[in-house]
Design a protein around this ligand. Sequence first.
Ligand SMILES: CC(C)(COP(=O)(O)OP(=O)(O)OC[C@H]1O[C@@H](n2cnc3c(N)ncnc32)[C@H](O)[C@@H]1OP(=O)(O)O)[C@@H](O)C(=O)NCCC(=O)NCCS
Length: 180
Amino acid sequence: VEIAFSPITTARLHLRRPLEADARAIFTQYASDELVTKYVGWPRHKTLADTQTFLSFSDHAWDSWSAGPLLIEDRESGDLLGSTGLAMETSHTASTGYVLARRHWGKGYATEALLAMVSWANRLGVQRLYALCHAEHATSRRVLEKARFLREATHPKYVVFPNLGADIAQSVCVYSAQNR
Ligand SMILES: CC(C)(COP(=O)(O)OP(=O)(O)OC[C@H]1O[C@@H](n2cnc3c(N)ncnc32)[C@H](O)[C@@H]1OP(=O)(O)O)[C@@H](O)C(=O)NCCC(=O)NCCS
């Protein structure tokens, strides 16, 4: 049974599907920022065309799964804070991640968004929700642990992170949601 998506509201956040009109804000707020994108799984956006490619990817995911990337907005002001979402791999397996504009770090927003992704995954009937994280990315590991994800494994020299050098495999931790 398909469940129609309606935007998710948490105590401080509003999570909604990305639209074409969001390209400029996504690009300037976080997707082109060198520090913000250091540990993410996608190449830093160098031009607005890269952001438009992301939006096409997002539309494709949403068309296929009725789930996909979400933008994180401040519930009060509507300001764009960052992005999260569910990447569906099968009807019962999904991965998640999160990214926030630099000036919004350290306020607990990532943990709040991640907990919302766990609830959404549960509503969709996802049985395995996991996240990959660079082994040295202490902040992100802390976010996963605060949201009660369990570290299943650490794989040495396992994944290339596009913004850390195209030919250097990095160590990653695999985490999965336990509070289901
Ligand atoms: C990772 C990121 C999303 C965290 O967002 P955030 O909203 O600042 O995270 P939260 O405030 O919910 O939690 C951060 C936690 O990490 C802790 N922390 C921060 N820096 C740390 C460090 N160097 N070592 C250990 N813990 C650290 C904070 O103290 C906090 O834990 P606490 O609540 O117990 O004090 C944000 O830094 C970001 O967007 N980074 C760039 C994108 C990215 O790397 N995404 C993840 C890819 S795997």
